[in-house]
Write a protein that binds this ligand. Sequence first.
Ligand SMILES: [Zn+2]
Ligand SMILES: [Zn+2]
Length: 342
Amino acid sequence: MNGNFFLGNGQFEMREMRFDEPKDNQVLIRNMAAGICGTDVHIMHGEKGSADVTPPVVLGHEYAGEVIAVGKNVTTCRVGDHVTVDPNIYCGKCGYCRIGKKQLCEHLVAIGVNYNGGFAQYSMVPDSQVFRLSDDLPWEVGAMTEPLACCLRGIRRARITPGDLAVIVGGGTIGLMMMQLALLSGASRVIISEPSETRRKLAMQLGAFAALNPADGPLDGQIAGITNRRGADVVIECAGNVRATQSAFEAADHGANIVLFSVPQTDAVYPLKLFDVYSKEWNISGSFINPDTHLEAADLLSAGRIQILPLITHRYPLAQLRDAIEKQTMPDSVKVMVLPQE
Ligand SMILES: [Zn+2]
Ligand SMILES: [Zn+2]
């Protein structure tokens, strides 16, 4: 049983892992697929994730596997179940937890950040974090439950109503899942803004009304050129750079809901015209992790309502984790998976 441990300073090392019998409420999982997240890239470069990383630790917070053994009092799964893991563990005791805002928990810890996660052959997790998947779901699709759960949080913040015109800025994994959720939520049309031609083509395959290149000019003009609108009712920014933030505000019609969903650099700054917020009555929201959305994300995937396989462009064996994380940052990849049993 091996795990590819993160040692800090961009270093990884394959190490042997031993697991005892699961204790009360513990579940032993054979990890079958684990996705590389932008957070893993940040952590490898010494930046902060949603929680502070504590090496040596097995990263990987987006994963799926098979239940191998369960401890006493486990109620969420049985041996043989195909499952995915909600990595975020909330304290339940701080002020935020006690007013229904657990995502802002002051003592948030996460599997794959503070506790050993998906980039290992096996993992031991509390049964509160385990969610069942349908048996015929490909492992790689199951591994996408966690990012989809984050997108569900974002889509709720976007408050789409049937008929809305939606613009998604950024056509990576998150943008393309967000686009599908916007359509499921009732958007009449979803327009993607994305500089990469490969990703624009993928967006069109997955149901975009149009895929615009932000280099072709400000989005308001481009949107007016292909619709009877001067902007969108809902804009969701999923790219993580200030240029994309600019595009998001260009794309917003008066009265729009704008969700700044991506993880920006910690010191990124955008000069927002305050008079626009006032006179256009913009609703601007952030969205942080995935409180209470994991079950529904797992159900959406199990029911085949979100197309995931076209997003997965690269697969790596466990020993090549570092290469996998690097590939995730390259423009020819959309989603990179690690297959821990290979
Ligand atoms: Zn993630
Ligand atoms: Zn808390």
